[in-house]
Write a protein that binds this ligand. Structure first.
Ligand SMILES: [Zn+2]
Length: 343
């Protein structure tokens, strides 16, 4: 079935489940719902960002929060987790709002939207990159690729050929290179970034796409938002040796606590990549809660250090005609939507 037709059917089912009260009955306090956001950028910026699937606009974020808050107690992960462990009688079920990566747009655009809805959230910081004022590796790669593709660089065409990547143009090219880089070793990924940044002659991640500063994170923390760890360098943790893994997990917890002045209890696995060894390192470092990118609802049996989340792209909650649908949003985060609970 075509994507548009699938969406029309899905929105129809959602409306039925919503209207009959079935979705409402599935929202119980013994289930913990967690949403994942990355960047929050105005539409014209989204167009200029190489990985647009990671972006919602401030208006889209506001729409989502406005539609969820009558049905859930929205809050940071740590607080939502506590409400899940010890439900408050008569309260709506807990729903955690999380932002990965701590990009500056979280401070500039997400923060006022959250304030307008009186909702606090969790922000996961790649501590070493923030300390050094560096950019995320997927942003460095993504911006270099989109720059080189846009100017039809001959060296870039050769680079794609050498690395057996299809040169099909378009926004998806940056996404495909980033996905391919994830299956390479950290050393090879670094080499790719260096090679492409050299070809791009130093024109890399623009100022607007930077990460937050510690000062910006302290402001969020002071307003009641939770700051969690997203490792030191956003490396894919299962690829690392024991010492390096410890530094990423434990080192980031110590560094963020020092810079923010509060204990850090939540960990977010970069790229969602975890393993038994990684989860064990997170447990030993003293974190109480860990979140993956695996889609789905959390039930009593779910490991608190490997919680599931629903990735939020606005496209997911629009019906086949492009209009946002309350019913589809509530279906999507109910844990019963087959596509939202995959992976
Ligand atoms: Zn991330």
């Amino acid at each position: 079935m075509a994507r548009g037709a699938k969406r029309i059917v899905s929105a129809g089912i959602a409306r039925f489940l919503h209207a009959t009260g079935w979705l409402a009955r599935s929202r119980t306090p013994d289930r913990l719902t967690i949403l994942t956001f990355h960047r929050v950028l105005p539409e014209e910026r989204r167009q200029g960002y190489p990985l647009p699937g990671l972006v919602v606009t401030p208006e889209e974020l506001s729409w989502i929060l406005g539609r969820l808050s009558p049905h859930y107690t929205c809050g940071p992960l740590e607080q939502s987790f506590d409400r899940w462990c010890a439900p408050v009688p008569g309260a709506t079920p807990p729903l955690a709002i999380t932002f990965d990566d701590c990009t500056a747009d979280g401070h500039q655009y997400a923060r006022p939207v959250l304030a307008a809805h009186d909702i606090r959230a969790s922000f996961f910081a790649p501590a070493g990159l923030i300390e050094a004022g560096d950019a995320l590796w997927h942003d460095r790669l993504g911006f270099a690729v989109s720059l080189l593709a846009a100017c039809g660089d001959a060296g870039f065409d050769r680079w794609l050929e050498v690395n057996r990547l299809s040169p099909d143009p378009g926004a998806a090219l940056a996404h495909r290179v980033v996905v391919a880089a994830k299956s390479e070793t950290p050393a090879r990924r670094d080499a790719w970034i260096r090679e492409l940044e050299t070809l791009a002659q130093g024109r890399g991640v623009p100022e607007w796409a930077r990460l937050m500063t510690w000062q910006e994170l302290r402001e969020l923390s002071g307003e009641g938002h939770e700051i969690g760890s997203h490792s030191m360098s956003h490396e894919l943790l299962p690829q690392l040796a024991r010492e390096a893994l410890r530094d990423e997990v434990e080192g980031s917890r110590i560094l963020i606590a020092d810079r923010i002045g509060r204990p850090i209890d939540s960990f977010c696995y970069p790229n969602g990549d975890e393993s038994d060894g990684v989860a064990d390192a997170v447990r030993r470092a003293g974190y109480r809660v860990g979140v993956t990118t695996r889609g789905g609802i959390n039930e009593r049996a779910t490991d608190p250090l490997r919680l599931h989340r629903f990735d939020m792209q606005f496209d997911y909650v629009t019906d086949g005609f492009g209009a946002p649908s309350d019913a589809l949003l509530l279906f999507r985060v109910s844990g019963h939507h087959p596509a939202a609970s995959a992976g």
